[in-house]
Structures are given as C-alpha cells and as structure tokens.
Design a protein around this ligand. Structure first.
Ligand code: CAA
Length: 385
C-alpha cells in the first residue's frame, strides 16, 4: 500500500521586510544578506498571529466537507509552542471546526518534528488505512533584533494530509535517523528568543547530512544519481547549498547540475519568507514542485534537521498529478505588503510572548481569517472571522 503526502498548503503573514533595507539599517553589506546568507525578504509577524492562527490558516485551505469529516488525527509540529501543557493542535482543531472525535497532539524537536509527524502519520495509516492525518508544521523563527540570527528569522506554516494512495509523494520505507546530544541551538523555558551557536550549528547540520546520506546509501545501494532532487531543511537558503556542495564537491557532471538546479528551485519561497523552522523543508518541497522540473515517478530525497540535534534522510516517489494538490504559494506572497524596519521592530516588541497580563490586540488591521485577539485570565483568545 502506498502511503504519503496527499495534499499540501502554505500560509504566512501579510507583511514582510526587504532584507537589503534591514542590512542598511544594521550597518551591514546588503550582499551579505542576499548572497552570503541567501535571503531577500522576511515575514513580519503582527501580535495578532501565532503558530495556532498560521497553522489553522494553512490547514483551512485543505478542508472540503468530505476531508473535514475524514480527518482522524491532528498533529501540530512546532518549537514555538504557546503553552507548556495544552497542545496547540486542540486550538487548531477548534478553529477549523473539526469533529470532536479526533486525536490531537503537539510534537517538538526543533526544526525536525514535522518529519517525525509525517513518519508517525505514515504508521497510523499503515495500521488503519482509513485514517486521514493532518500534519501541520508551524513556527515563528525569532532570534532578536540586531543579532547575527536576525537575518534568518521567518514565519509560516505548511499543512499536509497524509493518507493511503497519496496524490503528491509516496514515502519509501527506508529512512535514516540520527540523534546526538548537541548544544547548537535551544530555547530555555524562560526565553522567547533562541540561543544559538550559529557557526557550530551549520557544521553540525552538514555533518548530520553527510552521515545520514552515507548510511542511506549503505542500506539501499542507491547513489546521488538515483535522486531527481535532494531537498533540505532551509534555515537560510545558503545552508542547503553548503550541505549539497559538501557532497558534490568539484563534480560538474549531469547529476551534479541536476541537483544544483533542483536546489535553486527549492529555495525560491524560502528566500522570500525566511526560516519556518520545522516547516522549512516542506516549503522547500512545495517550492521545488512549483518551480523545478519535477516529474511523476521521480525519486525525491529529503533531509530534515533539527538542532539539539536530530537528522533524518528519507525518500519518496512523486505521484501523477501532484501539481494540482498544492496550494498556490505565489498568490500568498503576492498578497503581502512591505513594511519599514521601524514597523517590523514595533511588531517584534509587541508579541504576547511571556506577558501574563490581560491584553487586547487591534485585529482590524489583520486581514487573516484566524487571529489572536488577546489574552484574558491567562487564556489566549482566538477568533475565526
Ligand atoms: N557579500 C557576499 N557575501 C558576504 C558578504 C558580502 N558583502 N559579507 C559576508 N558574506 C558571506 C560570508 O562570507 C559568509 O559566507 P559563508 O558562510 O559561505 O562563509 C556569509 O556571508 C555569512 O557571513 P558570516 O559568517 O559573517 O555571518 P554571521 O556571523 O553574521 O552569521 C549565521 C551567519 C551563523 C548563519 C547566523 O545568521 C545564525 O546564527 N543564524 C541562525 C542559526 C542557523 O540558522 N543555523 C543553521 C543550522 S541549525 C538549523 O538548521 C536549525 C535551525 O533552523 C535554526
């Protein structure tokens, strides 16, 4: 039985900044941001958006009356949780109006957990082929104003339906996971911004990619030539290039050129949104499918990486008609408007974060269907409009 990703949809905020402008304000060379890091724009998060509203917005695009009825499990993968106890999946389930007879859970392991969610969903469908599992990867990448990580911030969500006989990607059985206790990036309970050893994290990422790829090749006998594309977690687009070049090295043959072209196609959306943490790999997949030369029957390789650290290398086979089962990301990006660096900084400071006080946000400026209206008696107040 084929099991995998049946449908995918993306959502982000309605605002962005231009990173050349951010570079000028921070006193950096704009080329460092656009070429050295590989980012052009970055999603700006108003206080009325969080991972619940973004996740609901992405998932909402997938819901027909039939799908709404059939969803059996909702998995929200995030490292930007809004509660240390209650799962964000419950809030999302409520906003989407799903049946009460549904299983809901939140998963965490930095930028890796959506991949765990997909593999768990695959297991659920294997046990009960009638299951339709909604996996949502939603995050707000936040490092702090004027920090080295600032240029790699971003926000958004990717929602995926996992089922038997999927329309997009049938997951193959061999996957390689690698876990080591490493302090390259983490966020203590008392912090709203991540702590990161940036250079170290990029080295660990490359090392995990090389190790998981080598083991996958050992287990399957497959070579790079067997992949139409290798898709990467993209904390910033240059990271994918660093990892791919670490294995291609000086190669200029047809396979190397194909993988480089596929990487470029997978980077198009990340360049304009920034890091989605656990959703980044899957936005990269959508970007490749909408901007690359993907064909049904192709074998795609995916490398998932979460600091702390965990990596997974796995593959899937692209299914006929895949293109009609993805939401139109260019439409989302075209509907955004650019804001100044001052406006971005104001939004950054206004996030609810760890503030325990009652607060009420002005939701009239946010066109999103799902908004965070504020907090009362330590409870977040969401609206579906
Ligand atoms: N023109 C072109 N390129 C320029 C330039 C210019 N004028 N000036 C500098 N550059 C280049 C540099 O040569 C460098 O390129 P290489 O990496 O290829 O050598 C690049 O721009 C970045 O410059 P720096 O090394 O000086 O950058 P930095 O010290 O400001 O930090 C960073 C970069 C470490 C990525 C930092 O942004 C950071 O800490 N980001 C967050 C951590 C992160 O994303 N880690 C990735 C792996 S961990 C992970 O994947 C999980 C996750 O999502 C967080």
């Amino acid at each position: 039985m084929k099991i995998g990703i049946d449908q995918m949809a993306f959502a982000t905020t309605d605002k962005y900044i231009d990173l050349r402008e951010l570079a000028r304000v921070r006193g950096d060379e704009p080329d460092k941001y656009t070429i050295g890091i590989g980012q052009d724009q970055q999603a700006v998060v108003p206080p009325t958006q969080d991972i619940v509203t973004l996740g609901a917005a992405a998932a909402d695009k997938l819901l027909t009356p039939d799908i709404r009825e059939r969803i059996s499990t909702v998995i929200v993968a995030t490292e930007s949780g809004i509660d240390n106890s209650k799962a964000s999946a419950i809030y999302v389930k409520h906003l989407l109006g799903l049946s009460d007879f549904v299983r809901t859970v939140e998963l965490k392991e930095a930028c890796y957990s959506a991949t765990a969610g997909l593999q768990f969903a695959r297991g659920l469908v294997a046990l009960n082929p009638q299951e339709l599992v909604l996996v949502i990867a939603a995050d707000i990448a936040r490092y702090g104003l004027a920090t080295p990580g600032e240029v790699t911030q971003g926000a958004g969500a990717v929602a995926m339906l996992v089922s038997q006989n999927p329309h997009i990607l049938a997951l193959e059985p061999t996957t390689v996971s690698l876990t080591k206790d490493i302090m390259d990036f983490w966020r203590p309970l008392y912090a709203t911004e991540a702590r990161v050893d940036g250079k170290y994290s990029t080295n660990v990422y490359i090392d995990f990619f090389k190790q998981t790829l080598a083991r996958y090749q050992q287990l399957t006998g497959r070579r790079l030539a067997d992949f139409a594309a290798v898709l990467f977690h993209l904390p910033f687009t240059k990271m994918g290039k660093k990892a791919l070049e670490a294995v291609l090295q000086e190669r200029q043959d047809e396979v190397a050129q194909r993988l480089r072209a596929a990487l470029t196609a997978s980077q198009v959306y990340s360049r304009r949104v920034g890091n989605l943490y656990t959703g980044s790999l899957y936005l990269g997949l959508m970007s490749y499918l909408q901007n690359g030369s993907a064909q049904a029957g192709d074998r795609l390789a995916l490398f998932s990486y979460g600091s702390g650290a965990e990596g997974e290398f796995y593959t899937g086979i692209l299914q006929p008609g895949f293109a009609t089962h993805l939401s139109a990301v260019p439409t989302d990006l075209a509907q955004r408007h650019q804001v100044t660096i001052a406006e971005y900084e104001q939004d950054f400071q206004q996030q609810l974060g760890m503030n325990p006080a009652d607060v009420s946000f002005d939701v009239t400026k946010d066109p999103a269907k799902f908004v965070l209206a504020g907090q009362k008696d330590h409870q977040r107040i969401y609206q579906c409009r």
